[in-house]
Design a protein around this ligand. Structure first.
Ligand code: ADP
Length: 145
């Protein structure tokens, strides 16, 4: 078991559908601990950095627009193997292929936007998690207690 911290973003569809409490409860049930949490609007610059791996894709402008529809909630979450366990809890990118019982399967878009409106972002590796926590949080916004 590796103790890790991951970066979650509650995307604008989670905000507008008021899913934050329900999804946070799933994380709490797993025993994960909140080390940082805040609401923020995402600039073009931070989105270009965060989504550099899809910036050349034709759908990137839609993703950027989507991520700016409302503020997002960023979460630094700690726990044993939290990075892969949260990715499992989320399910795959396309909500229509995500199993029932996963967050994307239960709450993601099931119509034309199923690959984009998928509730949460979560870091996919230890390297990504470290970079993403630094991207969204100042050191003083991460709490040990
Ligand atoms: P994940 O968030 O599952 O790790 P990616 O890193 O591949 O997925 O993509 C980042 C985000 O870009 C996705 O969560 C989704 O919101 C959006 N996205 C990915 N692929 C598509 C697509 N084909 N069409 C529209 N949006 C997409």
């Amino acid at each position: 078991m590796a103790n890790e911290t991951t970066l979650i973003l509650f995307k604008p569809d989670a905000i507008t559908k008021n899913l934050t409490g329900e999804v946070l409860a799933r994380f709490a049930k797993e025993g994960f601990v909140i080390r940082g949490i805040k609401m923020m609007t995402l600039s073009d610059e931070i989105l270009a950095e965060h989504y550099a791996h899809i910036a050349a894709m034709p759908f990137f402008p839609s993703v950027r627009g989507f991520m700016q529809e409302t503020p997002v909630i960023a979460l630094a979450l700690e726990g044993d193997n939290v990075i892969s366990r949260i990715r499992d809890l989320l399910g795959p990118t396309d909500s229509t292929t995500a199993a029932a019982g996963t967050i994307r399967g239960d709450f993601g878009d099931k119509s034309g936007d199923s690959k984009m409106r998928n509730v949460c972002h979560a870091s996919d590796s230890q390297e990504a998690a470290a970079a993403e926590i630094k991207r969204f949080f100042k050191d003083s916004e991460i709490f040990a207690y």
